[in-house]
Design a binder for this molecule. Structure first.
Ligand code: ADP
Ligand code: MG
Ligand code: MG
Length: 894
């Protein structure tokens, strides 16, 4: 006889099936029900039909695999025996619930059906047995409603309507005020609705009810909303949903019965205190459905102290077992407590850190587990930004939802113009800059605004990238609203918001909210400091920051930055008062004029470096030499050109001619990076002079400065050699003349694919590499980041790309260049320091890749520094865990 495949698993035993984890096989809910019953938590008996049964049934046009029916029947007999009841019996009937649950918790799947197994005879048996006619008919009418709605697709509203009508006729307000007779009447009306809507009689054979329900769960796996949810959430590799069949326990048997939900700790603050709600004489999701107002869990203590104490004991037991804060569903039947579900509870960033640290101090988990399992990078990110006070969001008018482009909460008055935003901010007003899209011309206004809202653009649009860099809340691409610059207003078709009116932005969710909501400022708890210390003990790579102002450098250092990985010098040239010297340099007719203009820039540049080196004293600072094409420094609009020509004392025609001359077909691939320094070595000389003089000055004052000069956009060793020679010659002369000692490094950015595969040659000449993964991604894909917004969305929704490669490093493709560059570089220069900078340096997945590739550091914007620290420590622990392969059975992360 053929080997019979196992599809049905009883609660109470731990199961493994080869390499499949319990969660893969039984779904998250089923695995936890099995596990809870095996450790002595009072779970009503039941069984789980595996995800594999779901897969086979769906593949087989809904025909069950051979032995499934038999196994389900055996499962029911097991539950009958445990309960001393019989399914469909006319004396001692067993009722069951049918609950869905995949390996990953997933909205869109089938809702739970309670009280399955009732029919006209069974309900009478319940009346006899419990002497509680009201309870029996309450259960029956709920069952017809749920079965009709969930299994047969009869809209719940039909039943709701009938219920309201009956309540009116009876002159009562609440469901619980209906008498037994009235509920009995209601079941008849429900059955009539069912008949009318489905064209069938309500099935009264319990076994048939059960089969219908199981098939409905199987089918829900491929419902449109479930498929959509999996796609949006990037859930792959699951084979189906499991079905849990479980004996009913009844919270609706009277005033000493009830149902509730609770967290083992406060999910908003992390405080170690039971937190939740319950309802007496209620069933299922009455608590969350808002039919009656539930009571806080603390009241259960007064109402039924022994049940409360029992619940408390089980929560402790579950916490120590799962080593995590739990979110629990329970039911009390005539004074007896049952636990119906447990899972790791969702929590705020503040709560995550507090719970993790408290649990270590309580001896429940180790420091390593706290870092690896209890705090996510996103939690840390939340702590760094203001958030909305939860209460203040209760009655919110949501105007629209865009992309959560940069986290945190912001409130301010709407302003549509960047200049106006700056002016208002100077007057002390709080403003939100609202633009269709932003461009580099808006940066002044963006920096003055509390938050940024755009109606167009994606997660890597200009607004999104700039806002994230500054840690400023941003909602991008909110197509629910239409902006009208002329009328100075925006509308969602229903509400129109004018300039000067208050709005609130939620950068964590992408919501745009009408009015001014209350904010809480970020504060760093003691727990946070303790936690970050532990993180520091574990991590291997260091975390640097991208910063070009002393302010940013200081902020980043206070967040734990261990140096600067990228200081972009061009940002210093854009500052007012300087940009015209830069323009003079560009307009110079010959080397002499150019040198004269550069000499004017030198003191500014030196002052910048003095301040940055000082802020980063004792830590390495990587300064990148001039990178962008020169036309970026010149005006574009006619009026602007006129104005600048006047300021520079040159003719309009001359400036216009220069602009035309510098115009490039493809600036990304144009005259930029080291190509500038090679054509105009005096630029490299001036920048080197500023760096070295600043470093010497501070060294003289007894400070340690570790300058690292980075040459951008190198594609061949000859380019690097050329620029290094200029740097060395300039630096050596200055150092020698000073009579002081100073160590400096010269390295390059690896951002051109050719450089990555020629890295062995380049590394012979370079002291360090920094992977500029923004340009490397552009050049490897051949996508211009600014233009890619036009098609990336389509690529993502068609699955041509799984993730935006400008946000998460494309490990498969671009990653090969990073790997090759690292391997080849270390081959010829074992001491080569290697890092990564750009957007990817702050992204946890990309950080993990950097760690696995063996890089020495990542560099990211100041506000991502703590996030990067955690991600980097988690990479270390993940690798350890994989190596010890010790992750069987726990924890179940639902
Ligand atoms: P969800 O995934 O939506 O949380 P559940 O399967 O947990 O759905 O079921 C929802 C609610 O139904 C539970 O919280 C519980 O109150 C109730 N319920 C489920 N099974 C039973 C049962 N065997 N006895 C009593 N109530 C149950
Ligand atoms: Mg539900
Ligand atoms: Mg539940």
């Amino acid at each position: 006889m053929a080997h019979q495949e196992h599809f049905v698993y009883r609660f109470g035993k731990l199961h493994t099936d080869g390499n499949k984890s319990m969660k893969q096989l039984l779904g998250g809910k089923g695995a936890n029900l099995a596990e809870m019953s095996s450790i002595g938590i009072p779970v009503p008996p039941g069984f789980t039909i595996s995800t594999e049964a779901c897969r086979q049934t769906i593949n087989n046009q809904m025909a069950w695999p051979d032995s499934l029916e038999e196994q389900v029947e055996a499962g029911i007999r097991h539950v009958e025996a445990e309960m001393g009841l019989k399914f469909g019996d006319e004396k001692d009937p067993l009722l069951i619930s049918v609950r869905s649950g995949a390996a990953v918790s997933m909205p869109g799947m089938m809702d739970t059906i309670l009280n399955l197994g009732i029919n006209d005879r069974v309900v009478e048996a319940l009346v006899q047995k419990t002497n509680n006619e009201r309870f029996a008919y309450d259960s029956y009418r709920r069952f017809i409603d749920m079965f009709g709605d969930v299994v047969m697709g009869v809209a719940h509203e039909y039943f709701e309507e009938a219920l309201d009508k009956l309540k009116k006729e009876a002159g009562v307000k609440n469901d619980i005020d209906l008498s037994a007779g009235q509920l009995k009447e209601l079941t008849d009306r429900y059955k009539a609705i069912y008949r009318k809507q489905t064209g069938h009689m309500f099935p009264d054979d319990p076994m048939e009810q059960l089969k219908f329900a199981i098939n409905a769960v199987f089918n829900s796996w491929n419902s449109a909303r479930a498929i959509k949810y999996r796609k949006i959430s990037n859930i792959h590799g699951l084979i189906g949903t499991a079905v849990n069949v479980q004996a009913m326990v009844f919270g609706n048997m009277g005033e000493n019965s009830g149902t509730g939900v609770c967290f083992t700790r406060n999910p908003a603050t992390g405080e170690q205190k039971l937190y939740g709600e319950f309802l007496l004489n209620a069933q299922g999701e009455d608590v969350v459905a808002g039919i009656r107002t539930p009571s806080p869990i603390s009241e259960l203590k007064d109402r039924n102290p022994s049940v409360y104490q029992e619940l408390l004991n089980y929560t402790h037991k579950l916490e120590s077992h799962y080593k995590n804060m739990q979110d629990i569903e329970f039911t009390i039947q005539e004074g007896i407590l049952y636990i119906l579900q447990t899972r790791n509870g969702k929590r705020t960033g503040a709560a995550a850190v507090k719970v993790a640290v408290d649990m270590v101090h309580e001896g429940i988990i180790s420091q390593i587990e706290a870092i690896r399992d209890l705090v996510e990078p996103g939690h840390i990110e939340q702590l760094l930004h203001p958030q909305f006070q939860e209460d203040s969001l209760k009655e919110s008018k949501i105007l629209g939802t865009g992309l959560p482009a940069s986290p945190g909460a912001a409130v301010g008055k709407v302003v549509f113009d960047s200049k106006l935003a700056e002016q208002e901010a100077e007057k002390g007003e709080q403003v939100i800059l609202v633009r269709i899209e932003t461009s580099p011309e808006d940066v002044g206004g963006m920096s003055s605004a509390k938050g940024i809202l755009t109606s167009r653009g994606g997660m890597t649009s200009h607004a999104a990238v700039v806002a994230r860099g500054w840690g400023k809340p941003c909602v991008a691409g909110c197509s629910d609203i239409i902006i009208n610059y002329k009328n100075k207003s925006f509308t969602n078709g229903e509400v129109t918001v004018k300039e000067g009116e208050w709005i609130s932005l939620n950068g964590n969710t992408g919501e745009v909210i009408l009015g001014k909501k209350e904010l809480t400022e970020p504060t760093f708890s003691n727990e946070y400091r303790v936690f970050m210390d532990w993180v520091g003990d574990v991590e291997v790579m260091s975390v640097r920051t991208n910063a070009e102002t002393p302010e940013d450098a200081a902020v980043a250092r206070s967040y734990g930055a261990q140096g600067i990985g990228l200081a972009r010098t061009e940002h210093m040239f854009f500052k007012p008062g300087r940009v015209n010297f830069m323009r003079k340099m560009i307009l110079a007719n010959n080397k002499e004029e150019r040198k004269a203009a550069l000499a004017n820039l030198l003191p500014f540049q030196k002052q910048d470096f003095l301040e940055i080196f000082d802020a980063m004293e004792g830590l390495p600072v990587t300064v990148r030499l001039l990178d962008p094409p020169l036309h970026e420094f010149l005006p574009q609009e006619k009026d602007e050109i006129k104005k600048v020509a006047d300021e520079l004392d040159v003719s309009f025609e001359k400036l216009q001619a220069k602009i035309n001359q510098l115009k490039e077909f493809n600036p990304m691939l144009g005259h930029r990076g080291c190509r500038l320094g090679i054509t105009y070595p005096e630029i490299t000389e001036m920048q080197t002079q500023a760096i070295i003089e600043a470093a010497l000055e501070l060294t003289k004052a007894g400070k340690t400065v570790l300058p690292e000069i980075m040459i951008p956009l190198v594609g061949s060793v000859e380019e690097f050699r050329n620029q290094r020679a200029v740097v060395d010659k300039t630096a050596k002369a200055i150092i020698e003349e000073s009579g002081q000692e100073l160590e400096y490094k010269v390295g390059t950015m690896i951002e051109i694919p050719r450089a990555a595969i020629m890295a062995d040659q380049i590394a012979e000449e370079a002291d360090f590499f920094s992977f500029g993964t923004n340009d490397l991604t552009q050049l490897t894909f051949g996508f211009s980041r600014d233009d890619a917004v036009k098609f990336l969305h389509t690529y993502l929704s068609n699955g041509i790309l799984k993730q935006d490669p400008f946000q998460v490093l494309d490990e498969e493709g671009v990653g090969q260049f990073v790997e090759a560059g690292t391997r080849l570089g270390r081959m010829t220069n074992p001491n080569l320091k290697i890092g990564i900078c750009g957007e990817h340096g702050g992204d946890p997945e990309s950080i993990d890749f950097a760690f696995r590739t063996g890089l020495d550091y990542v560099s990211c914007s100041p506000f991502r520094v703590p996030v990067a620290h955690l991600a980097s420590a988690q990479s270390v622990l993940r690798k350890d865990t994989e190596e010890s392969k010790a992750e069987e059975l726990t924890p179940f992360d639902l």
